[in-house]
Ligand binder design. Structure first.
Ligand SMILES: Cc1cc2nc3c(=O)[nH]c(=O)nc-3n(C[C@H](O)[C@H](O)[C@H](O)COP(=O)(O)O)c2cc1C
Length: 218
């Protein structure tokens, strides 16, 4: 296949991107409006972008004829903050309930049976069952293209990681963390259990024809 992006219908571009850029991490984003009504929705156009400053990005799609589009974006505009709750294997069924396009008055968290905990720095609460929660403040949002697509850049201002997941040296127990990523199609996900190791090399290692010594697990 060899095609200019501009020659592809929007739907085909979506399919080709989400079926090739994978796995994608999932942010189950909690946000709330000015009245304190809480919303939760998953986003897999999501990633950590830098650590200094600690930034995350969310790609929020528009809905035809609606501005602002999704409740998450409207809430971020209203209250300036949100929480990224990372999704482990156990949280997947509830996460998919939060992905249903409910009307704004429906509380996804109640529908999904998820409890919340208060945040320290932002109005939106955290999802108690999520192993890692990042409280974020909106740094900047970019309106892009048609159908109100918006790239939200948020700065992590507070981190919560479940007790027992980080040891005294700061190493994270990724087995116990058990995070998932989104794969191809609408319904496929992957855990982080299928791993392999490829030690990083220096130029000197290459020139000497030797592999770098094995690294310790991060
Ligand atoms: C796993 C998963 C990933 C998703 N990723 C995105 C995404 O990156 N961007 C987006 O706009 N919608 C995404 N969606 C759809 C939204 O979660 C869905 O439209 C949600 O109802 C929006 O909720 P809101 O209007 O309450 O903000 C995803 C859904 C699922 C199940």
């Amino acid at each position: 296949m060899d095609v200019a992006a501009a020659d592809l219908p929007e739907r085909d571009l979506y399919k080709l991107l989400v079926n090739t850029v994978l796995p994608r991490p999932i942010a189950l984003v909690t946000s709330c409006d000015r009245a304190g009504r809480v919303n939760a929705a998953p986003f897999s156009f999501f990633n950590a972008f830098s650590h200094a400053p600690p930034l995350v990005v969310l790609g929020i799609e528009g809905r035809e004829g609606q501005e602002p589009s999704k409740d998450t974006l409207r809430n971020i505009r209203e209250t300036g903050g949100f929480v990224v709750n990372l999704v482990d294997r156990a949280l997947v069924p509830a996460m998919t309930v939060c992905g249903i396009d409910f009307p704004p008055e429906v509380e996804e968290l109640a529908m999904a049976g998820l409890d919340t905990l208060p945040s320290r720095a932002v109005a939106a609460p955290r999802i108690a069952a999520s192993p890692v929660q990042f409280e974020c403040r909106e740094r900047v949002s970019l309106g892009l293209g048609t159908r109100h697509r918006t790239l939200v850049i948020g700065e992590i201002v507070h981190l919560w990681i479940r007790d027992g997941l980080v040891d005294e040296q700061g190493h994270v127990d990724v087995d116990a963390l058990d995070l998932v990523g989104r794969l191809h199609g609408a319904d496929w996900y992957v855990t982080t259990r299928d791993r392999f190791r490829e030690p990083r090399k220096t130029q000197a290692d290459l020139e000497a024809g030797a592999a770098a010594p094995p690294e310790k697990e991060p």
